[in-house]
Design a protein. Structure first.
Length: 460
């Protein structure tokens, strides 16, 4: 199986070899995902992503039995009646949605969709784009993994786990056409839904010619990367909390049904779709974006060196709210470098103002650990689900200081890994779909525990 896993800063194609006793990944291609600012608008270079996917599939080579694509959520491409792309997709960090969500009754939205009304949700992006020529000419809207899948196969559908993030899917599982109509969004823009594991067609002849592959099947996976990452959580029982830690941190629990209470909405929790009908009950935390953007300002800083120096800093001397709105956008010459914005928030909060890269790094990691503790505490309180182990997956699992801090402040063991949780979850859903393995999520996770390196951090 080839897993195409697209993140906010890079994409990669990973080949997975799977049988009931074996699970091995090999990364065959990695490529940058670099946003492009054109005038005031921040775009994704989606054609470069498509090129990266084709190059990766060519490097994967034969024999492949299946391909699956996952990516970040909410962003989309608009197609005209001929299937042509109407401009590069706009980046979720673009300022065009500022203030849009304030026009809506958040309680009504939450009751209908179970999704927290975050400013970059697809609903608000479409309202912001309502009078644009592109939206007027659009015949179809496809989220990023669905768009890239359509370019591989010609098959058009909306995979459910990612569709839930749009805030345009009703909690009963169908498109919220009444909501769309109320805000003058054309319901016919949205394609039929499909489920993780559904076949999405085979590679088009033109794609076969580009890649040297045969008519390989493309399989729907949990196409929101966090949906795939949660499949990749190697939990031994159901009493786990997860932190999918990368550019964003998604912190929560897995549930059989959504939590739609007013307390849940006020606490900032969202009910996103999971594989096998599960609900990813979670809170978005800003994540390692804060450190990534700080390192961009420090030009040439070494992450291992920063972490080694940060570990020597006094704990919790500088603490911020990592989800503060002023920390969301990249430095564009107006907002200023991230370290300056972090220092300013510390100044306002009355904590030590960090002045060195090591102090800023420690501030970010301390603040994230505290945010994780609060999110997991609230998840238990609001859902009634007990957490006995925290699983931290994704790139943040490499950050030993963050993992230990999280164990310490939560008072619970943290199992770190796998780093490649999203790609593993992607591959496992494909493998089950084509019959290479069998079982439910518990069986897939047992295979992960048996085959993947994990590290356990005990609270101190």
């Amino acid at each position: 199986m080839a897993a195409v896993d697209l993140g906010a800063s890079s994409g990669r194609v990973v080949v997975g070899d799977v049988d009931p006793d074996h699970l091995h990944l090999t990364e065959v291609h990695r490529f940058p995902n670099t946003p492009v600012r054109l005038g005031p608008t921040l775009h994704w270079d989606v054609l470069a992503l498509h090129r990266g996917v084709l190059d990766g599939l060519a490097k994967a080579g034969e024999p492949l039995r299946s391909v699956g694509i996952d990516s970040w959520a909410v962003d989309f491409g608009l197609l005209d009646r001929t299937g042509a792309l109407l401009g590069n997709p706009v980046h979720y960090r673009d300022a065009r949605t500022n203030g849009i969500s304030d026009r809506f009754d958040h309680a009504d939205l939450y009751a209908a969709t179970g999704i927290q009304p975050l400013p970059f949700n697809t609903l608000f992006q479409l309202v912001a784009a309502r009078d644009t020529p592109q939206l007027a000419a659009a015949h179809r809207l496809l989220l990023i993994p669905d768009l890239l899948t359509a370019w591989l196969t010609g098959h058009v559908a909306a995979e459910r786990t990612n569709a839930t993030t749009t805030q345009l899917l009703h909690v009963t599982g169908h498109w919220a056409t009444d909501l769309m109509t109320a805000v003058n969004i054309d319901p016919t823009l949205f394609p039929p839904l499909c489920e993780p594991g559904d076949p999405r067609g085979t590679l088009l002849p033109s794609v076969q010619a580009e890649t040297g592959l045969n008519a390989v099947q493309v399989t729907a996976v949990g196409s929101h990367d966090t949906a795939s990452a949660v499949v990749g959580v190697p939990a031994a029982d159901e009493n786990f909390g997860y932190i999918s830690c990368g550019t964003w941190s998604l912190v929560g629990v897995e549930l059989p049904a959504p939590v739609l209470t007013e307390g849940s909405r006020e606490a900032g929790f969202t009910n996103e779709g999971g594989v096998d009908g599960k609900v990813r009950y979670l809170r978005n935390v800003m994540g390692l974006w804060l450190l990534q953007e700080s390192m961009r300002a420090w030009r040439g800083a070494s992450l291992p060196d920063l972490l080694a120096e940060a570990e020597k800093q006094p704990p919790f001397a500088s603490v911020i709210d990592p989800d503060a709105p002023e920390l969301l956008a990249p430095d564009d010459g107006r907002r200023g470098p991230m370290p300056d914005r972090i220092a300013e928030q510390c100044r306002r909060r009355g904590t030590r103002v960090p002045t060195t890269p090591a102090q800023v790094t420690r501030c970010v990691l301390d603040s994230l650990a505290l945010a994780y503790r609060d999110a997991l505490h609230d998840a238990q309180r609001l859902s009634g689900k007990e957490i006995t182990t925290i699983h931290l997956v994704g790139g943040g699992a490499r950050n030993a200081l963050l993992c230990q801090l999280t164990a310490d402040v939560c008072g619970l063991p943290v199992v770190a890994g796998p780093v490649e949780a999203a790609a593993l979850g992607n591959v496992l859903v494909q493998a089950r779909a084509i019959g290479a393995i069998e079982g439910d999520l518990a069986d897939l996770r047992a295979l992960l525990r048996a085959t993947q390196p994990l590290h356990r951090y005990e609270p101190s």
